[in-house]
Ligand binder design. Structure first.
Ligand SMILES: O=C1C[C@@](O)(C(=O)O)C[C@@H](O)[C@@H]1O
Length: 231
């Protein structure tokens, strides 16, 4: 199963693939947060939903729940499932932040994903703030070059920071970089609806607002409506 990174896709973000039927009405894909799930690989074996999956196995050091060791091997096993359309790998991982000693290396994971028909989303998260415009440009450039799309989630503390992220998204799109952006936190919330207007290719939302996977997310039905209204 695939979804195109050439246009916007809305992912229902969840640790529970049993939510897929409820997500179908509004989502184009499901982000399966393996790091937040109990038995992620067994769960994938049993997946028979309709929506394509983007798998994420976020380590502690980038805001997730997985211990660093073994997580790249788990992603390598995950991409072998037919339902997987894309895999999220942190830019820091792709740049060589140490993984487990006997694990597949990041370049091997990228190759394995692509050989199995899965696109690679190279991701960067800043849970503290929004870097300067020059740094935003550099991160988006690097992430877009490292994967089939580069994703940047920052934390906006002011409207000005949210605007910086939107402007960087616009610049990236104009220069031809395939990016996905969102600002976390209350001040950044509207960017989740507006960034697609400036070229962001991916959005994330929980089916139920109570199960948010990041600060400031809209629920899925709301984000679908907002994005569709603005585009
Ligand atoms: O990287 C992202 C974006 C995100 O952090 C957000 O802000 O919506 C949610 C995460 O689940 C996803 O992996």
């Amino acid at each position: 199963m695939t979804f195109a990174l050439d246009s916007f896709s809305l992912c229902a973000s969840t640790a529970d693939l049993d939510e897929e039927p409820a997500a179908r009405e509004h989502a184009d894909c499901v982000e399966f947060r393996m790091d937040l799930a109990e038995e992620p690989l067994a769960t994938l074996d049993g997946y028979d939903g309709e929506l394509p999956l983007l798998v994420t196995n976020r380590p502690h050091w980038e805001g997730g729940e997985t211990a660093p060791y073994g997580r790249l091997d788990a992603l390598a096993a995950a991409v072998e499932h037919e339902a997987i359309a894309a895999v999220d790998v942190e830019l820091a991982t792709l740049r060589g932040r140490p993984a487990g000693t006997n694990e597949i290396d990041p370049a091997g994971l990228v190759e394995h994903a692509r050989a199995n028909g899965a696109a690679v989303v190279a991701s960067v998260h800043d849970f503290d703030g929004t870097p300067s415009p020059a740094t935003l440009d550099g991160l988006l450039r690097a992430a877009a070059a490292a994967g089939d799309a580069g994703k940047l989630a920052v934390t906006a503390r002011t409207n000005g920071e949210a605007l910086d992220l939107l402007a960087a998204t616009h610049r990236a799109t104009i220069r031809g970089d395939r990016v996905a952006t969102m600002a976390m936190g209350e001040a950044g919330r509207h960017t989740r609806a507006v960034a697609p207007v400036y070229g962001s290719r991916l959005g994330y939302a929980p089916v139920d607002a109570a199960d948010a996977t990041a600060p400031g997310q809209y629920d899925l039905a709301t984000l679908r409506r907002l994005v569709d209204d603005l585009s």
